[in-house]
Design a protein around this ligand. Structure first.
Ligand code: GLN
Length: 308
């Protein structure tokens, strides 16, 4: 069956609409662009072309995958984040726009020593950072790219995620980013036990286990559960990070965490209660929802601090 491109894409759109895909038109066009390596202008220029059987079949295969709920980004294998292209696959979460806010705040802090224009440390104090639970490496690699001499280490429990993150660092020209594989701070216990950072930044799994079945099909069925599931109340990773991060930070070192929209209070409280951090601050995302909690390691823990 040969079809004009215009009809082919219309057919793709209809299939996606029938499958309940939200942005059927965008995805139908996007998948063709991916297949034929076109941008949206190129697509318009070929709009009247008549396509051969094999091209139509290749397109239908992509449409079928998308109609079955596979995320667009896993089909094309990439996601744009902070103006960079990141390779993504089912071993890593697809970087979200919400996380761009985290990177923007971190960059401001690293470059200027301020957080949304409020002084939050000395300019130039942050020279070395750890991106904990790095997944595709989106946070660490974007910061390495944007902040000249910044030293960046990315770590994750998942070996395939680290492999993807390494590829992303290379593809984006960030050769000096280092990678460690292991559970949370485990890679920084043995040989690297004395290593300390000026900032630890993390977007850990934070969805409550009971909420996972309610997530969008794309997320629930295709994205890595271990990158999403934060335990019974979604806060398991923050508990561990709150108690352990201070031991891996220099004095005045900063902890910056992405959080779920309803976790601001709990995470802020949790960090305060440790007695290890001061200046605990919750920041909102572009939608006006709580999205980030930052804290600074105190020079001396408060008396209330639980001694390990
Ligand atoms: N923001 C992601 C989502 O809502 C979750 C990210 C995470 O658990 N770290 O799907």
């Amino acid at each position: 069956m040969s079809l004009p491109l215009k009809e082919l894409i219309n057919y793709g759109k209809t299939q996606l609409e029938r499958a309940g895909i939200e942005d059927a038109d965008r995805d139908a066009r996007g998948l063709y662009c991916f297949l034929d390596r076109l941008d949206s202008v190129g697509l318009m220029m070929h709009w009247q072309d008549v396509l051969q059987d094999n091209q139509c079949e290749a397109y239908f295969e992509l449409i079928e995958r998308r109609a079955a709920g596979e995320p667009f980004q896993y089909i094309t294998g990439t996601q744009e984040f902070m103006g960079l292209t990141f390779a993504v696959d089912p071993s890593v979460l697809i970087p979200r726009q919400d996380t761009e806010t985290v990177v923007e705040d971190a960059e401001e802090l690293i470059q200027k020593g301020t957080l949304r224009d409020r002084p939050y440390g000395k300019p130039g104090a942050i020279k070395e950072i750890l991106d904990l639970c790095c997944g595709s490496g989106a946070i660490g690699i974007s910061l390495a790219k944007r902040c000249g001499r910044l030293k960046v280490t990315c770590s994750d429990i998942s070996a395939p995620a680290i492999a993807t993150a390494r590829r992303n660092a290379a593809a984006n020209g960030c050769k000096s980013v280092r990678f460690e594989q292991g559970d949370l701070f485990e890679p920084f216990s043995g040989k690297l036990g004395r290593k300390k950072f000026d900032m630890i930044i993390s977007n850990p799994p934070y969805i409550a286990s009971s909420v996972i079945p309610e997530l969008q099909r794309e997320v629930r069925e295709h994205e890595p559960l271990e990158a999403l599931d934060g335990g019974e109340d979604g806060l398991d990773f923050y508990r561990c990070i709150a108690s352990e991060a201070a031991g891996h930070l220099h004095k005045n070192g900063v902890l910056m965490l992405e959080i779920g929209f309803d976790q601001g209070e709990a995470v802020t409280e949790m960090l305060r209660e440790t007695g290890l951090y001061g200046d605990v601050t919750c920041l909102k995302d572009l939608a006006g929802k709580d999205r980030i909690v930052t804290a600074k390691k105190l020079k001396k823990p408060l008396d209330s601090a639980v001694q390990p």
